[in-house]
Design a protein around this ligand. Structure first.
Ligand code: EPU
Length: 596
C-alpha cells in the first residue's frame, strides 16, 4: 500500500489536462485494501476510484483520496468443452485481458479490442464497442464494501448494466470497490459477433468467418482510423453518450420540426437511440476549437487535447457542443466523461416567500419598487457541482425561472417539504425527463403527499406526456447521488419537520423556525449558508424573522450567509442589505454564489 499527498495525476489520465488530488493511494490486494480502509486518510475523506483515467476530466483539485487498484492476475476455470470462466483482477489492463483470451482460444471480448482502461472499469462503465458490451459477458463482480469492510459478490443481474452504465456508477458509487471481474466466455477461435456494419463488411470481403484475432486487428485498425492515438493526443474516447430518448418525445417534438436524422433501435423499451457523432458533425462542429481543445475531425463524438488544453477549455467546448446541438436538433447530449469538480455554483432562482414579491394587489413601497432585486419569485435554487445540476425545490415559478437562465438540464431534484410554493412547479420538469426518469429525493412525508397530489404521474399506465419521476424517500442519513454526498438536515417549520440540505461546504435551509442542537452540528464549518428569513419584526409561528435569523447565523458561524424566502415586509433590498452585519447578505433572484 502506498499513500502520497498533493499528487499530480496529469500523467494518470488520458486527457492529459492538469489534474491534482489531495491524497493518492494504491493497493496490491484485498488485504491491502482492508488495511487502507482503516487509515484516517480513507475514513475522513471522500474517495474517487480511478482506473487508467480514461473517462475523467479534472476541473479542480480532488480534495479527497484518489484510489487505484493494482490487483492483478488472469485465470480461467473451464466449465465444459465450450464454456469457460475468465477471472481478472481489477488492475489488469483491459487490452491485456482481451489479448490473453484470444491467445488462449477464448472468444467473446474481441470486438472490444483496443478500448483503453482497466478490468475494473469494464464493470463500472460497462465498456462497449462494435456491437459488444462487457456487461453481456460479465458473470459476477467481486467487490469490497467500504461500509461493512467485507467482500461482496454481485451477480450479473445485480450489476444493473445499461448503456455505459451500472450500479457502480449510481447507487454503489462511493460504497463498493470492484476487485475482480468474472466473465463467462466460450472456447472458440472464430468470431461470431459480426452484426456491426463495418465488421459484417470485413467478413464479406474475406469471404469467410474471421478468427477472433482477425476481428481484434480489424477493430484496432478501425479505431486507429477514427480515434486519436492515445500515445500522442489526449482524449477520453467518446466524450458524449449516444442519446437514447423517449420515443414519444422524439415522435411528437422532434420529428414535427421536419428534422431528419439516423435513428437506431434501443435496448430499452419506449426509447430510440440517436448518434451523438452524427448530431455534432451535422451541427457543423467538426474541427471546432476552444483553446487547446478540439472536436476531433475524424469522429465528432471525441474531444481531443491538441497539446495544451486546460480542463476549462474542454468543458467550455463540451458546453458549446451541447448548446449548439440542442438549438439545431432539440436533443440534449450528455457527457460520458465524469467531471471532477468540487467547486459549487449556486444560482438563486427565487428568493421570495409563498406569495412572491410584489404580492398581487399590494401597493407597499417594496411591492412598488422598480429595483429588479425587489422582484422575488418563489424560493428555489440551482446547485451545480461535479458536472451535475441539482434543483432544490420546484417552485410554482419554475417555468419562468428556467427560461430566465436558459436552463435545459436538471439531473436531480431535492425537495425540502410539500408546501405548494416548494413543489408547485413539478409538472414543468417535463423537458428534463426525456432520457431518464428524473430522480426526486425528499422525506417520506413529502413523498407521500406528492404521490397523492401528482397521482397522474404515478399511475401504472400514465398519460404519455406526463413528467416521468423517480421519487426516492430519504431518511436523515447522508445519501449519495453519483458519488456526491448529500446530507439532509431536519428543521422545524412550525410543527412540521422538513429538510434542508448540505452539499460539501454549502447548505440550504429554508422555511425554518427552530432546529435541534443535534442538527445544528451538521451545519458547522460552512463556507456558505442560505437561510430563510421572512420579515424584520412580528414573530411568525413557522418562520424565522430577522433578529432570530441573525442569532442563528451568529451561532452557526458560516463564512458567508445569504437570506432568502423574504416577504415584502422584509423591505427593499437596498435598505436591508445596508443594515446587515458583515458576512450576511440579502439574496436576490438571479444571484450567483460560488464556492471554490
Ligand atoms: N457519425 C457521423 N459523424 C461523426 C461520427 C459518427 O456522422 O463524426 C455517424 C456515423 O455515420 C455512424 C454513426 O454516427 O453511422 C455512429 O458512429 P460510429 O460507428 O463511429 O460510433 P459511435 O456511435 O459514434 C460508439 C462508441 C465508441 C465505439 C464506437 C464503435 C459511444 C459513446 N461511443 O461511437 O466508443 O468505439 O461506437 O462501436 O457509445 C468510447 O466509448 O470511448 C468509444 C470510443
Amino acid at each position: 500500500m502506498t499513500i502520497e499527498y498533493n499528487k499530480d495525476l496529469t500523467a494518470l489520465t488520458t486527457f492529459k489536462v492538469s489534474a491534482q488530488a489531495a491524497i493518492y493511494a494504491e493497493y496490491e490486494d484485498e488485504k491491502d485494501l482492508l488495511k487502507l480502509s482503516r487509515t484516517p486518510e480513507f475514513i475522513n475523506n471522500e474517495f474517487l476510484h480511478i482506473g487508467s483515467g480514461s473517462n475523467l476530466l479534472f476541473l479542480s483539485t480532488f480534495n479527497g483520496i484518489v484510489l487505484h487498484s493494482r490487483i492483478k492476475g488472469i485465470q480461467k476455470y473451464v466449465k465444459d468443452r465450450e464454456n469457460v470462466f475468465v477471472i481478472a483482477g481489477a488492475g489488469e489492463k483491459w487490452t491485456d485481458l482481451v489479448d490473453w483470451c484470444i491467445s488462449h482460444g477464448i472468444a467473446g471480448l474481441e470486438n472490444m479490442a483496443g478500448i483503453p482502461g482497466e478490468v475494473g472499469a469494464s464493470a463500472v462503465q460497462n465498456v462497449g464497442a462494435y456491437g459488444a458490451e462487457a456487461g453481456d459477458f460479465i458473470h459476477s463482480v467481486v467487490c469490497f464494501d467500504t461500509e461493512s469492510r467485507k467482500t461482496v459478490t454481485l451477480k450479473q443481474a445485480d450489476c444493473r448494466f445499461g448503456y455505459r452504465d451500472s450500479i457502480f456508477k449510481n447507487k454503489a458509487k462511493g460504497k463498493l470497490i470492484v476487485m475482480q471481474v468474472s466473465y463467462r466466455l466460450r472456447y472458440d477461435t472464430r468470431a461470431n459477433n459480426l452484426e456491426y456494419a463495418p465488421l459484417k463488411k470485413f467478413a464479406e470481403t474475406l469471404g469467410r468467418i474471421p478468427s477472433t484475432r482477425e476481428v481484434a486487428d480489424e477493430v484496432i485498425r478501425l479505431r486507429d482510423s477514427k480515434l486519436p492515438n492515445p500515445a500522442l493526443i489526449g482524449s477520453a474516447g467518446s466524450f458524449f453518450k449516444n442519446p437514447e430518448v423517449n420515443k414519444y418525445f422524439f415522435e411528437q417534438e422532434i420529428k414535427p420540426r421536419g428534422i431528419e436524422m439516423p435513428e437506431y433501435p434501443s435496448d430499452q423499451e419506449g426509447k430510440v437511440k440517436l448518434s451523438g457523432g452524427w448530431l455534432i458533425d451535422h451541427a457543423g462542429l467538426k474541427g471546432y476549437k476552444i483553446g487547446g481543445a478540439e472536436v476531433w475531425p475524424k469522429q465528432a463524438l471525441v474531444i481531443a487535447n491538441t497539446g495544451n488544453a486546460t480542463g476549462e477549455d474542454v468543458a467550455q467546448l463540451a458546453d458549446l457542443i451541447i448548446k449548439t446541438v440542442k438549438i439545431k436538433y432539440g436533443i440534449e447530449l450528455r457527457p460520458e466523461v465524469n467531471y471532477i469538480d468540487s467547486r459549487i455554483k449556486v444560482t438563486v432562482l427565487g428568493s421570495g416567500t409563498s406569495k412572491g414579491v410584489p404580492e398581487i394587489g399590494c401597493t407597499c413601497p417594496t411591492c412598488m419598487s422598480e429595483d429588479p432585486k425587489d422582484k422575488r419569485l418563489r424560493a428555489s435554487i440551482l446547485v451545480e457541482t461535479h458536472g451535475m445540476k441539482i434543483l432544490i425545490d420546484a417552485s410554482p415559478d419554475l417555468r419562468q425561472q428556467a427560461l430566465r437562465i436558459g436552463l435545459s438540464q436538471i439531473d436531480t431534484i431535492l425537495l425540502t417539504h410539500q408546501h405548494y410554493d416548494h413543489v408547485g412547479g413539478i409538472d414543468d420538469v417535463r423537458p428534463f425527463c426525456i432520457e431518464n426518469d428524473l430522480p426526486i429525493y425528499t422525506n417520506p412525508q413529502t413523498a407521500k403527499d406528492l404521490r397523492r397530489r401528482l397521482d397522474y404521474c404515478f399511475r401504472e399506465h400514465p398519460y404519455p406526456g406526463v413528467p416521468k419521476l423517480d421519487l426516492q424517500e430519504v431518511g436523515l442519513h447522508p445519501f449519495m447521488i453519483k458519488g456526491l454526498k448529500i446530507e439532509p438536515i431536519e428543521v422545524m417549520h412550525g410543527s412540521l419537520p422538513i429538510y434542508g440540505y448540505r452539499i460539501g461546504d454549502f447548505a440550504y435551509i429554508t422555511d425554518i423556525k427552530t432546529i435541534s442542537d443535534e442538527e445544528k452540528e451538521k451545519l458547522k464549518n460552512l463556507e456558505v449558508l442560505i437561510l430563510s428569513c421572512l420579515r424584520v419584526t412580528h414573530e411568525h409561528f413557522a418562520h424565522l424573522i430577522l433578529p432570530e435569523a441573525l442569532a442563528l447565523i451568529e451561532e452557526l458561524k458560516p463564512k458567508r450567509c445569504y437570506l432568502t424566502h423574504a416577504c415584502h415586509n422584509l423591505g427593499k433590498h437596498e435598505e436591508i442589505a445596508s443594515i446587515l452585519p458583515p458576512g450576511v447578505e440579502f439574496a436576490y433572484d438571479g444571484e450567483v454564489i460560488t464556492i471554490n
